[in-house]
Design a binder for this molecule. Structure first.
Ligand SMILES: NC(=O)c1ccc[n+]([C@@H]2O[C@H](COP(=O)([O-])OP(=O)(O)OC[C@H]3O[C@@H](n4cnc5c(N)ncnc54)[C@H](O)[C@@H]3O)[C@@H](O)[C@H]2O)c1
Length: 255
């Protein structure tokens, strides 16, 4: 798919990796709906992208809110042919900590947003993509998910986060198979450590120590490097049903 013809919904588009992806797509002539929490700066981010972007507030884990946001997005953009799932949250909790067993509600909260929220957006976006006219390749849409290297080498305290991201990796192939007959591709990116507002809150020594763990290049990833891969995935019709690590060869240590 050519970037100029992209009509994308970017979840988590108000910050970090999603924001960088929305900006890069807008720069390539695409139009974007930023789907993020109502309390996020999504409206300001959309405004900063001029006519290219609109803000469609929703919680990714809500069936009704996402359905309404996608209807609005389709109305404003004319179609939806790309979904980039970047909305996500983290948590740190040991399975059995000093104050007792991990809180089940916390585990559920992370699975709800990261895993169920991702699937919720895919299933609802697919109903819109199914109505697109196919390209010469028979393509009607592209879905990009965001897992994490924690899906493979989760650290101490990351049971919930790793399980949510491992679930995204696990569903990549079956969802690609489900949507193949529509000409909709599904690819997941598993980022290493990226310099987003989330990480920006860490003290410099901690950031430097994280960067040192990356074999090469020995630094944190830039959000635009994620955005560049997302754009490549959109344009390369042979990429499908796969998870791509984007991590400078880091393999996370237990802590
Ligand atoms: N930054 C990293 O190093 C890194 C590494 C691996 C994976 N990831 C993943 O990349 C994605 C983006 O992370 P980021 O670093 O850009 O984080 P971020 O906090 O900068 O951005 C995440 C965005 O998701 C939104 N969001 C959270 N919960 C939501 C909900 N329920 N409904 C709608 N929107 C919601 C937030 O409002 C925010 O705008 C996440 O899924 C994260 O797990 C990040």
């Amino acid at each position: 798919m050519e970037l100029a013809s992209v009509r994308a919904v970017v979840t988590g588009g108000a910050s970090g990796l999603g924001r960088a992806t929305a900006a890069r797509l807008a720069g390539a002539g695409a139009r974007i709906a930023i789907l993020d929490r109502p309390a996020s700066p999504g409206a300001d981010v959309a405004k900063s992208l001029g006519d290219a972007a609109v803000f469609t507030p929703a919680d990714v884990s809500s069936a009704d809110e996402v359905a309404a946001a996608l209807d609005t997005a389709r109305g404003r953009l004319g179609a939806i042919n790309v979904l980039v799932n970047c909305a996500g949250i983290g948590t740190a909790m040991k399975t059995l900590g000093k104050s007792g067993p991990a809180k089940l509600e916390e585990f559920t909260r992370v699975i709800n947003v990261n895993l169920i929220g991702t699937f919720n957006c895919i299933r609802l976006a697919a109903t819109h993509m199914a109505q697109n006219a196919p390209s010469r390749d028979g393509e009607r849409g592209v879905v990009i998910n965001t897992a994490s290297v924690a899906a493979f080498d989760g650290q101490i305290g990351q049971a919930a986060y790793s399980a949510s991201k491992g679930g995204i990796v696990g569903m990549t192939l079956p969802v690609a198979r489900d949507l193949a007959e529509l000409g909709v591709r599904v690819v997941t990116i598993a980022p290493g450590i990226f310099e987003t507002p989330l990480l920006g809150t860490l003290p410099e020594p901690v950031r430097a120590s994280l960067a040192k763990q990356v074999p090469f290049p020995q630094r944190l990833g830039q959000p635009d490097e994620y955005a560049a891969l997302a754009c490549h995935i959109i344009t390369n019709v042979m990429l499908n049903g796969e998870t791509i690590r984007l991590d400078g060869a880091i393999r996370m240590a237990p802590r």
